[in-house]
Design a protein around this ligand. Structure first.
Ligand SMILES: Nc1ncnc2c1ncn2[C@@H]1O[C@H](COP(=O)(O)OP(=O)(O)O)[C@@H](O)[C@H]1O
Ligand SMILES: [Mg+2]
Length: 375
């Protein structure tokens, strides 16, 4: 078990090139002992590079990575006490499942009986004891990924690294493996660092989540904090599905209240009177550009319970309604602005019919469009 600390870590590829690729930029991160940390972000943001530096498969250009208090920068991969699971399983095709799982242990020169016990134990945990004589080609994708996990478990690593391990599996298997990996973490009590581009995986699996974009950390927090208190527009837009709606506009005084005035190119403009909390945040930004962010569940469609004499509903046109079973996604437009609402109730509508909408301001966020940070 180990705590993993990044201090000012920079990774440049093609360092001698006049324009090196900065894959990871000044990363500061502490993964606590026994924690399940998910690193999430779009393709190319530096997730695999981060994991590979922990594993020792890539050098660190600047800064340091420590396990507990021991610096790892120059430690060979085999001496770090890590195990890594990859998206493509990386099994040896000519070796049986048993030999694949024993391979790393043979390299460690452990006694034969000990190797056997560890392989059998790992196989039992993952329910693959009856597959030990098979070759990888005789296994399904899900079984291969179990073997890859088993091989990692058998090493009894201090730090378990997983790089998009479920990406090659179909949707149903992916959600059941998600639960299995979470259970595995509870059972093993090992520090796990799990990389994915999938925000659902991140939200459901992580004790905490590190959101990355373009080599930089955007926010580190537990799942609900990321969802409810995003630090910036990137996190707000990346976490949550359907994503948060962003309306561009400015802050002005109207009807004795501070209002957000949407600035679309058309004549129809949404005017949203702010509540005290948002008005306080917005008051230094009077007459300045601002972004109003609201999650789909914060937009209420034809919900009479929210009507108050002070708040006039805005109007929007219904474009499409997607039934999802337990809820509906309602695609709306107002002037040049499009947004999505989600509703529990079926909605009787005609396409292009104007309907009243209400914004639940407790679920709204204001952002500075220059810095993209929350106000
Ligand atoms: N070996 C390499 N040489 C040069 N550039 C690389 C190399 N590996 C990755 N990169 C670049 O570094 C950035 C981060 O890549 P990576 O860590 O693989 O991202 P992710 O895993 O988040 O998709 C990308 O711009 C990628 O093109
Ligand atoms: Mg990757």
């Amino acid at each position: 078990m180990a705590k993993v600390t990044f201090q000012g870590v920079i990774k440049r590829y093609n360092d001698r090139d006049p324009h090196p690729v900065v894959a990871v930029d000044k990363m500061n991160l502490v993964v606590e002992d026994r924690e399940f940390m998910v690193i999430v972000g779009p393709s190319g943001c530096g997730k695999s590079t981060t994991l590979r530096m922990i594993a020792g498969l890539e050098d660190v250009s600047e800064g340091s990575i420590t396990f507990d208090h021991k610096e790892m920068n120059l430690m060979p991969p085999g001496d770090r006490g890590i195990a890594m699971v990859f998206q493509n399983y990386a099994l040896y095709p000519h070796l049986s499942v048993y030999k694949n799982m024993a391979f790393g242990l043979n390299l460690l020169k452990l006694p034969k009986e000990k190797i056997d016990r560890r392989v059998q134990d790992a196989a039992q945990i993952l329910g693959i004891s009856d597959l030990l004589d098979r070759k990888p080609a005789q296994l399904s994708g899900g079984q291969r990924q179990r073997v890859a996990l088993g091989r990692a478990i058998a090493r009894k690593p201090k730090v378990f690294l997983l790089d998009e391990p479920l990406s090659n599996l179909d949707a149903k298997l992916r959600s059941s493996m998600r639960i299995e990996i979470s259970k595995l973490h509870t059972r093993l009590g090992t520090t796990m660092i799990y990389v994915t581009h999938d925000q659902t995986e991140a939200m459901t699996m992580g004790d905490r989540i590190t959101v990355m974009n373009k080599g930089k950390i955007m926010q580190i927090a537990d799942p609900l904090t990321l969802y409810n208190q995003p630090a910036n527009m990137f996190v707000a837009g990346f976490i949550g599905n359907p994503p948060m709606n962003f309306l561009h506009g400015k802050i002005e005084s109207r009807f004795d209240a501070l209002c957000f005035i949407e600035e679309s190119l058309s004549d129809t403009r949404l005017v949203i009177p702010l509540n005290d909390h948002l008005a306080q945040q917005a008051s230094p930004f009077r007459d300045q550009a601002i972004v109003f962010g609201i999650r789909p569940e914060g937009i209420r469609v034809k919900d009479n319970t929210l009507v108050s004499p002070h708040i006039q509903p805005a109007e929007a046109l219904v474009e499409v309604v997607e039934p999802m079973g337990h809820e509906f996604y309602i695609y709306l437009s107002s002037g040049a602005q499009s947004f999505i609402a989600r509703s529990r109730r079926a909605l009787r509508y005609s396409v292009n019919e104007p309907i009243p909408i209400f914004f639940d301001l407790d679920q709204a966020h204001l952002f500075d469009p220059k810095t993209e940070a929350v106000l």
